[in-house]
Design a protein around this ligand. Structure first.
Ligand code: ADP
Length: 178
């Protein structure tokens, strides 16, 4: 599924984000930036040790990555030239600012892309795996935040790479709602 927002394209596909050919892919990292399970583990495995080395250099310079913030590293052996590591919130019922923090993670990833002159970015479904954010609401926040950003700051493409067909359907429904 594909829509245009001004001159920018928003695309939803099912697949493995480590194979994406966008200029940057976004990692749903944790605050340690030291890798982990889920999409984080997959990105470090596919991209090789240069990514972790770059994460370690960032942590030694500026410490952990707070929830909602984003940092950029090399893409190592990936097709993507860059990985934007952001940290989504752990869902704990919705009373701890989770929605705002999720929006912040998407926004700051796009801000980081723009600062590097990156024109195409692929996102996974941040926080909806191990971090248990309800995906219907996460999809609305993700797409709404991206739309708002692109209305101000066009990019060539923002792609969502959803791991399962079910997740793709949830995002497609959220995109159609608007
Ligand atoms: P979080 O801790 O932010 O919840 P997870 O990695 O546990 O992150 O899950 C986020 C989403 O990423 C889930 O929907 C999961 O199915 C998905 N995912 C896992 N591996 C990949 C992959 N290789 N490509 C795209 N999405 C993936």
């Amino acid at each position: 599924m594909k829509i245009n927002i001004g001159t920018s394209r928003v695309v939803l596909v099912q697949g493995d984000i480590t194979q994406a050919d966008t200029e940057a892919i976004v990692n749903a990292a944790n605050t340690s930036l030291m890798g982990g399970g889920g999409v984080d583990g997959a990105i470090h495995r596919a991209g090789g040790p240069k990514i972790l080395a770059a994460c370690k250099a960032i942590v030694s310079r500026q410490g952990r990555c707070p929830t909602g913030e984003a940092v950029v590293t090399t893409g190592g052996d990936l097709k993507a030239k860059y990985v934007i590591h952001t940290v989504g919130p752990v869902w704990s019922g919705g009373d701890r600012g989770e929605r705002e923090l999720l929006a912040k993670a998407y926004r700051n990833s796009l801000v980081a892309a723009r600062q590097k002159g990156i024109r195409s970015v692929a996102f996974p479904s941040i926080s909806t795996g191990a971090y248990r954010f309800p995906i219907e609401e996460a999809a609305r926040i993700a797409l709404g935040t991206v739309r708002e950003f692109l209305e101000e700051h066009p990019l060539a493409e923002v792609r969502f790479v959803l791991f399962s067909e079910t997740d793709l359907h949830v995002y497609a429904a959220a995109l159609r709602e608007r």
